[in-house]
Design a protein around this ligand. Structure first.
Ligand code: AMP
Length: 187
């Protein structure tokens, strides 16, 4: 199955993606992890994106779309893709549709984790201590939330009328969210 986990920063996308990956023997496609890896390896892409990443701004669609193409066309991962943090713009959503079409795949589920701003701030404050991410500073969190609202909300409109779309209350506990996801996966 190919699945998108969608929602604001701190919604628990990564946590739920890992849960699905274990359950469905599939692959997590986290563009955030892929981009952090480029920075760690100090590649040309890494050098280009480091400032945007640290400031909580989006990386250019072209860069992210290129990284994604390799994964979607990887035969090992065909129909086993769990997208976490992609797509974040309508341009990326259209690109994903295109790549899936070209590689003879489709999307099976789109889970939208809907979370309140207060919950997000609390969760990211906690993650900052656990993961020491440079983009988890308080002012950056708020910037990332605002960017999400302006750029990623239109992606919600792009998907919300599709039958694969499911909204889940992301304020629930981790296990409760996983249980709700599981219900859809079993159908
Ligand atoms: P994440 O780990 O998904 O929270 O992403 C961390 C940061 O990576 C974001 O704040 C962006 O700077 C960048 N990033 C991750 N995924 C994308 C994407 N699909 N489009 C643009 N920027 C992205």
């Amino acid at each position: 199955m190919n699945i998108i986990i969608f929602g604001p920063p701190g919604a628990g996308k990564g946590t739920q993606a890992k849960y699905i990956v274990e359950n469905l023997n599939s692959f997590q496609v986290s563009t955030g992890d892929m981009l952090r890896d480029e920075i760690k390896k100090d590649t040309d892409v890494g050098k280009k994106i480091i400032n945007n990443m640290n400031e909580g701004k989006f990386v250019e669609d072209e860069i992210v779309n290129n990284l994604l193409e390799k994964v979607v066309f990887d035969p090992k991962k065909k129909n086993k893709l769990i997208f976490d943090g992609y797509p974040r713009t309508v341009n990326q959503a259209k690109n994903l549709d295109n790549l899936l079409l070209k590689s003879h795949q489709k999307l099976h589920h789109i889970f939208f984790l809907n979370v309140d701003k207060d919950t997000i701030i609390k969760r990211i404050e906690k993650r900052k201590i656990l993961e020491k991410r440079s983009d988890d500073e308080s002012d950056t969190i708020l910037k990332r939330y605002d960017i999400y609202m302006s750029k990623t909300k239109p992606v919600l409109d792009y998907y919300s009328s599709k039958e694969e779309f499911h909204e889940i209350d992301g304020n629930l506990k981790i296990e409760e969210i996983s249980a709700k996801i599981q219900e859809f996966l079993n159908v």
